[in-house]
Structures are given as C-alpha cells and as structure tokens.
Design a protein around this ligand. Structure first.
Ligand code: ARG
Length: 288
C-alpha cells in the first residue's frame, strides 16, 4: 500500500547513504541541461519562498541531506507534500534532525540558513494509494522575513486557467536517472486541462488517481519539461502566486504523463485552521 511511495524515495535514500556521486553532466542522456526535467538553473534570491527539506542523519551529508522541497507560506510556516513526511522518509517518530534550508541556491555551499522544524502537521486524510490530500505543514523554530512568503492562489484564481504558464522549482532529479541537482533549478510548464490527467491517471492506475478538485495537472503536451523525484513538496508558481505543490507523476517528462500537483486553493482552508491552532500539540520531531 505504502510501497509505491517508499519506492519513489528509495533511490535518493540509497544514493545518499552510499555517498554515490552525482553523474557528470556529460554522462546524462537526452535531456542534459534539465531540471527539475527540461529546466534551467536559478538563483534562490529570485524565488526566496523555495526551500529544501533536509536531514543529514537520514539522507547523508551529500547535498546537505536534501530529500524534498517546500514553500514558505507564512513567516514560520512551510507547506510541503504529506508523502515527504511519511515514516519511511523522515522516520517514526520523525528525526530531530529535520531542517528547512532557506536562501541556499547551491546545496554544497554555506549560503542561507538551516532552520530547525518545531512541529509537523501531516494531512491525516492523505491517501497513499490515490495520492489525494498530499500536503503537510511544517512550523519553523525561527521566522523568515516576510519578503520570503509567497501568496497563495485561491479558488477561481485565473492562474488556474489551462494554458497558463507556470514555473516549478526544485533540487530533484534532472534527467530521470537519479541525477540529483545540487543547485536549484526551475522548469517552465503549462497548466493543463484536468481531462489530460484524468485520461493519463484513471482510477486504479499504478501511480495514483487524478482527482480534479484537489489536484492540478501541469506539464507539456510533448513532455520534456516536468518535476521529478526529489522535487516533491516544492512550488508550482503562476502569476506570482503559489498554485501547486509537486506531488506525483508517472516517470518524469514523458509525453502523455503530465505532472500532478496538490491544488493549493484546496488546502487554503485547512492551512488556516492548522496555523490558527498553532498552540495545539502537533507532532514534534523526535517526540513520539
Ligand atoms: N514523488 C516525487 C518526489 O517524491 C515527485 C514526482 C513528481 N513527478 C513528476 N513527474 N512530476 O519527489
């Protein structure tokens, strides 16, 4: 049941543990300068809301222990994917070593800040079979500047109209062959009609089931540009607003298999409740 998710993250885990080197760019196949897949390098100063989730204890010191992405949505609030907070990923209880890195373009540098996570709220309704409800909220131990906070797209935001140009950010696999980036990349994709993902991922599909109300379909009809493993939880941005979180897909950048994102307008209400109830006892890292 949870095996699919475990498999998706198994490679980063194993690679980091083994200290395997990232293959040189020249060794990469077809989509060489990719990311995320088919993307380009960017400076995090231009997308300060993009953060890396790291644990050196669980993923090793290479690339600072990065295993997922996240987005700053409040001065002490980071949105990410629920599957990034699964026990197989962060441990159960979650590792005390879970941190959020802000302001660091290159994971091999000392730029920016490592901020400990004070509390984790993972959506209890997340379904690991369909991938519905794939979001979690991390509370930071110290605030980041207000200028790092990205506005959220609400229901009916024109940024959701199919054809809208959007950008996805992450430190994930740039080729679909476990070539994990150490520098932040971005890829330009388009919001696609729900029908594209409904056709690609009908009920019972191996990688998940597309549900229009809570998910968002994005990519390119011809493939090539997409998010990939290691980008999960990271931002999909259109018209200056956060519209999606990297969630899942079948392979990366394949024509006919678009990327599937958690639809941000569908999480706004829950997010407000979680942030409003900030005094409530969330799962603290390292606590049982
Ligand atoms: N599940 C992946 C992760 O954990 C993200 C996959 C996104 N895939 C895609 N083709 N858009 O990083």
């Amino acid at each position: 049941m949870r095996r699919r998710i475990a498999r998706a993250l198994a490679r980063p885990l194993v690679l980091a543990a083994a200290g395997a080197a990232i293959p040189p760019a020249t060794a990469a196949p077809a989509v060489a300068d990719s990311i995320v897949i088919g993307g380009f390098p960017v400076d995090v100063a231009h997308s300060p809301w993009t953060v890396a989730l790291v644990s050196r204890d669980r993923f090793g010191g290479t690339r600072a222990g990065q295993f997922c992405g996240g987005v700053v949505v409040g001065r002490t609030a980071v949105l990410t994917a629920a599957h990034c907070m699964a026990g197989e990923v962060v441990g159960a209880p979650p590792t005390r070593d879970l941190k959020v890195i802000t302001g660091r373009t290159d994971l091999l540098s000392r730029q920016g800040k490592d901020i400990p996570v004070r509390a984790i709220w993972a959506n209890p309704h997340y379904d690991a079979d369909t991938n519905a409800g794939d979001f979690a909220v991390l509370t930071l131990a110290e605030p980041v500047p207000q200028s790092s906070v990205i506005p959220l797209a609400g229901a009916g935001d024109p940024a959701y109209v199919p054809g809208t140009s959007a950008t996805v950010y992450g430190w994930g696999d740039t080729t679909g062959t476990a070539a994990y980036a150490h520098s932040l990349h971005a890829a330009r994709v388009h919001v696609l009609p729900d029908g594209r993902c409904e056709r690609a991922y009908p009920s019972g599909s191996e990688d998940g089931t597309y549900t229009a109300g809570s998910m968002l379909c994005a990519g390119e009809a011809t493939g090539g540009r997409d998010a990939c493993q290691g980008d999960s939880g990271g931002p999909l941005v259109a018209r200056g607003r956060l519209i999606g979180l990297v969630s899942w897909g079948s392979g990366c950048g394949r024509a006919g298999s678009p990327g599937v994102y958690t639809r941000v307008s569908d999480v706004v209400r829950t997010l407000r409740q979680v942030l409003g109830a900030d005094k409530a006892p969330h799962r603290a890292p390292g606590a049982s």
